[in-house]
Design a protein around this ligand. Sequence first.
Ligand SMILES: [Mg+2]
Length: 191
Amino acid sequence: MGDLEKVKNEAVQIIGIFQVLPRLVVFDLDYTLWPFYCECRSKRDMPSMYPHAKGILHALKDKGIDIAIASRSPTADIARTFLEKLNIKPMFVAQEIFSSWTHKTEHFQRVHSRTGVPFNSMLFFDDEDRNIEEVSKMGVTSILVENGVNLGALRQGLTKFSQNFNTTEKNKQRWQKFTKKSKSSEKKIDD
Ligand SMILES: [Mg+2]
């Protein structure tokens, strides 16, 4: 079994542990999927990804989870050429690659309008803490990666996603109880 298959199988197992899953996983490119800045490379180069990255992308697709890209690379043409060379380009339901002054909030607005997936059903991996900070504020579960995306980061991301989901559900239930209570006390006053 090749390394790609091995990582993919492990990723499938990790995903299988979780009952609550994101609908869409969004990846940064530079220093998240691959260990370089595209702008410092030539289109003629043959790029390589972080060792676990490709297996994780395939595992997500196999489990029916969509994947997308949000990159602020100023050289979208090089990034797209690399995605093609790596045979992963058609896997992504959205590819937002453009430089921007915002910390990817604009990228996520576009990903949302393209896919219709709500922010709280998304999981995001990036190596820059400013992006993580801003995108989390939108309601997206966001994970900072230090050595690119790997199986550890995937597990961490899915864990945090479930925790966020459970917190939201609990708050919803609390709110429903609270509104029910206040309705019944209103009734009492009316009586
Ligand atoms: Mg990056």
